[in-house]
Design a binder for this molecule. Structure first.
Ligand code: SF4
Length: 329
């Protein structure tokens, strides 16, 4: 099957456009459940995730989505935020390091169920008292940008859109946002104040991207194009990058190229990108091979190069600026 057709099949497997319902994964009872610190909620179709700023002594801090959420909601700065996660039941990418079991990304009947945005917010309001961040994750939520739109409408309908910060992941591998949303829907999302999108660069060059995702190398180039399109809309955009690779040759030059490509989009964009440290969760263990094990180790060398180059480029005051106060307009 051609890749574009496969991507479309993934989209169609989790979205019924006649009823505006979305297929969510059942986390309860899956192997992912073993990695959770608190049991799944929302009848097994949701989970609480604690996002923490501190990663490890030798890795930089992760301010996402803590800082953007606190800023939007007017909360005091903190180092951990509790979020409610729903996972769409399909992904068009096959990252070997994914902490979601493969079965929960294949829209399988026995491990998923259809929900409207209203159904989801009913569960959220029933089970998540005090949780201020709603994270639309997966799988790949970018496959169904309608999900983001209808959740926003539902939050607004209930008058809670200012109490809940909405966060969603994006792999930058499709442009479904522009292809499938109507202009008025795009405008609505664009003007929605309590929303942030995090886009994940799945490698720092064409080779590492392909190694991590099994997609053709040209999709790495598409990631930059898609990021630029989102940015042109004026969305509040952030990025992750994964540094796992089987090849650590010419690191200095390869990293400089990556950073320059980001800077071409906006000179300060590298400061909105957070290196995501890959760890081996339960579902990853079955996929490991010697080159993946080596890649987990290699990411530390790549991270050091990223950090060094950023410190050479930017003043300390900029490096210490809160990520949501780095303005890209
Ligand atoms: S894009 Fe995300 S959900 Fe999909 S395989 Fe990669 S890490 Fe997993």
């Amino acid at each position: 099957m051609k890749i574009d057709n496969y991507f479309l099949k993934c989209r169609e497997s989790v979205f019924n456009k006649d009823n505006n319902v979305f297929l969510l994964s059942k986390i309860g009872g899956s192997s992912q459940e073993k990695d959770l610190t608190v049991p799944p909620n929302c009848d097994g179709y949701g989970r609480i995730r604690h996002f923490r700023r501190f990663i490890s002594e030798k890795w930089g801090k992760d301010p996402l989505p803590i800082d953007p959420a606190c800023k939007a909601l007017g909360l005091e700065a903190c180092d951990m935020i509790e979020t409610q996660v729903f996972q769409i039941a399909s992904c068009n990418v096959k990252c070997w390091y994914c902490f979601v079991p493969d079965d929960l990304k294949k829209a399988l009947e026995h491990s998923s169920k259809w929900f409207s945005a209203g159904d989801m917010i009913n569960l959220f309001q029933r089970d998540c008292q005090g949780v201020r961040v709603l994270d639309l994750s997966g799988g790949n939520p970018e496959l169904v940008p309608e999900w983001i739109y209808y959740i926003m409408r539902e939050l607004e309908k209930r008058g809670i859109e200012r109490n809940v910060y909405l966060w969603s992941d994006d792999t930058l591998t499709t442009d479904y946002f522009f292809e499938y949303l109507q202009k008025d829907q795009i405008d609505y999302i664009k003007n929605y104040k309590f929303y942030g999108k995090v886009c994940c660069f799945k490698g720092f060059d064409n080779h590492s991207f392909s190694f991590n995702t099994k997609l053709p190398q040209e999709y790495f180039d598409k990631q930059f194009e898609n990021f630029e399109k989102y940015l042109a809309l004026g969305l509040d955009l952030y990025g992750y990058v994964t540094f796992t690779t089987d090849d650590v040759s010419d690191l200095e030059e390869r990293m400089a190229n990556f950073i320059n490509r980001l800077k071409k989009i906006h000179p300060l964009l590298p400061l909105r990108i957070v290196p995501l440290k890959i760890a081996i969760f339960t579902p990853v263990k079955n996929r490991l091979n010697p080159s993946y094990i080596e890649a987990v180790e290699n990411q530390k060398r790549v991270y050091k190069e990223w950090k060094k180059q950023l410190e050479d480029i930017y003043e300390e005051s900029l490096l210490n600026t809160r990520i949501c106060d780095i303005f890209l307009s």
